[in-house]
Write a protein that binds this ligand. Sequence first.
Ligand code: SAH
Ligand code: SF4
Length: 372
Amino acid sequence: MQRTSPDPPQIPFSRRSSRPLGFYDLTLDQLTERMTAWGFPAFRARQVWGWAYRNLALGYDEMTNLPAALRENLAAELPLSTLATVRELTADNGETIKTLYRTGDGELVETVLMLYPGRATVCVSCQVGCAVGCAFCATGLGGLTRNLTSGEIVAQAVGAARRARDRGRALTNLVMMGMGEPLQNYAETMEFIATLNDPDGMNFGARRITISTSGIVPKIDALADEPWQVNLAVSLHAPGDELRSSLVPINRRYPVAELMAACQRYIDRTGRRVSFEYALMRGINDSDDTARALADLLRGMLCHVNIIPLNPVDVLPYERPDPAGIERFADTLRAAGIPATVRYSRGLDIDAACGQLRAKASELASETAAPA
Ligand code: SAH
Ligand code: SF4
């Protein structure tokens, strides 16, 4: 493993309460409005947009065909990225790249880029911490500090696209499986998707994006009504209420039956398959009976189960089953007619503050490989 710690660039503002905070927080219309207010013609906004999202410029100084006065205004008023790179870690022969960012108000955020043959997937964070507090998850331990803005999520995606490009690769997939619960930061998540999807910008198809949720039922319904053809992954982890409530506390508010009904409505409305994530924990949710109960729950649904052998978190008591136990659980599901895949982690030797990020990052990547 190789570590680099470049000095983070100075961010020219501290925390501000009102949006937008930085360039990536703006829509093209908002940017145009700003720039015309400064006295520049509207076509300049489109030029800057192209530099930022097509050329993946690191700074305004790279935008060489813009008037110097405009570049100065932009640099003074609108930081391009509000995230500064604190550290980059690589693993798996350089094919897993984890970036630790610092936000303008000093919070730390993680992003992981995974390179595979023919595919490059980034796993982004959407919150600092998380309010859901799942029993086995490192992110949930300290509760929620704050939501990330859409621009802070966009910055992670643009940074990953740039890092992929530096290695001669294009970003093909994006999973919201880093820190945080995307459906508890719904508005920013939707803006983030809109920005990535913009045909004048990155033109990153929603079908290449996967949103992972612990099961915020009303927001699953809202998502089904959005124009975006995103993939939905639901972190199930247990087939029944008693066990699930002990692992995923939000289950007390949205129990399994309600969650399943919402998933079925999502499938009916979108025609798209739902993925269920299942973090397998020894002696907790890995018995044959639990596998059969899971199969009974999912039978007949347009779905797929991703079994993620637990990535143990130091301060938490949960363990990963042995390989034979993992295979037996998967086989029991398959024998009952439920498609199931075991996903092993990438970047295991990277020392991560957020245990789950690296555990989950490779998950679903292969399923979402189809270009939009
Ligand atoms: N908050 C969302 C998305 C981020 S977590 C959600 O919970 O779905 C992404 C995935 O990693 C979820 O399935 C989550 O349950 C799982 N996860 C969290 N901690 C883990 C760990 N220690 N080992 C394996 N998977 C973990
Ligand atoms: Fe939050 Fe997801 Fe971690 Fe649960 S697993 S605490 S929802 S980030």
